[in-house]
Design a binder for this molecule. Structure first.
Ligand code: PAF
Length: 328
């Protein structure tokens, strides 16, 4: 039985998982699209920082999955808009018997994997681990969390326990949910509030809690997620409970700069279309309007549009957006 885990995607979370699993003694292959990044990892290894502790982790790295190799697990952690490409590459190189797990943000990832892979190999899930990429080859673990995973189709259920046990043994606590959809949508509700608001306001997750004027917006966004989910027969906790969950995540990840904030700051494409944009799209398909999610989608699209002057935030006035932003 193979001891090798392939991690497709070398962003903050991909790096942290590679570091954790590699330091637990597993053979890790990190698949990084950028050749520069994969060379750095292959030559120097990965530096995993947690509080004051630094661990140098040896791992293999390549711009493509190695051919003719068997894996215990393929973990997909690319940005949501790159899942289709990742799925195509996994389909070419990985046996249909290998479990493939997505822990990405947003909706549509498992669907993109299933479109290319066998349904009996696809698992989906969420993670509450906090990660930050400090430099190429250097990642910071900003908070230990857990994973919840489940089969996308019933035919993949046989992979649930072995994958959860593999991750748990390697220091990544992982439980199985028999219906993964509500788990993914609950995380979606959290991301739909935290990610665009932190990106628009240039605020850390914790700073969102210091602004009572944002409360009605929290409620509107999660209420829309809840209504759209209900039209797809996905049962979620009540909207007030979801708002409480958003607040809880803001508290436990208070110092985090969300992935979307970092994408906007570094002028990279964001995952807005798979988060708030997906709520709007799926709502439209079932006749549910989601105006708060639509507004946030539009604002983040404008913020991250390539034609936008990088200095524009400072010219937008000295209101909330500016006053919440620690200037760098
Ligand atoms: O995308 C992120 O940054 C994370 O999913 C979350 C939960 C918002 C914490 O920062």
């Amino acid at each position: 039985m193979s001891n090798t885990i392939a991690i497709v995607g070398c962003g903050a979370l991909g790096g942290v998982f590679a570091g954790l699993l590699g330091s637990a003694g597993l053979d890790v292959v990190a698949v990084c699209r950028s050749e520069e990044q994969s060379n750095i990892l292959a030559e120097r290894g990965l530096l995993l920082i947690e509080n004051e502790k630094e661990t140098q982790v040896r791992l293999r790295a390549a711009p493509e999955l190695p051919e003719a190799e068997s894996f215990a697990l393929v973990l997909v952690l690319v940005k949501a808009f790159d899942t289709e490409g990742a799925a195509a590459s996994v389909a070419r190189r990985v046996s249909p018997k290998t479990p493939v797990l997505t822990l990405q943000n947003g909706l549509g990832n498992a669907e993109a994997l299933v479109a290319r892979l066998r349904p009996e190999q696809v698992l989906a899930g969420t993670t509450t681990f906090g990660a930050q990429r400090e430099a190429p080859g250097v990642v910071r673990l900003t908070g230990r969390g857990e994973c919840v995973i489940g089969a996308w189709h019933r035919s993949a259920e046989r992979h649930e326990r072995p994958v959860a046990e593999l991750l748990s043994r390697a220091g990544v606590p992982c439980t199985v949910a028999h219906n993964i959809l509500p788990v993914l949508w609950k995380k979606l509700a959290v991301n739909a509030v935290i990610n665009p608001l932190t990106a628009i306001l240039r605020a850390s997750n914790g700073e969102l809690l210091g602004r009572p004027e944002l409360e009605p917006l929290f409620s509107d966004v999660v209420e829309e997620v809840w209504r759209v989910a209900a039209r797809y027969k996905i049962g979620l906790p009540t909207p007030p409970e979801l708002v409480e969950e958003v607040r809880r995540v803001c508290r436990v990840t208070a110092a985090n700069r969300s992935s979307m904030l970092r994408d906007v700051e570094e002028r990279r494409r964001t995952e807005i279309d798979s988060i708030n944009g997906a709520v709007v799209r799926l709502g439209r398909e079932r006749g549910v309007l989601a105006p708060a999610n639509l507004t946030l989608t539009t604002l983040v699209q404008v913020l991250s549009s390539p034609s936008r002057d990088p200095g524009a935030t400072t010219q937008m006035g000295s209101g909330t957006a500016d006053s919440m932003a620690p200037r760098r």
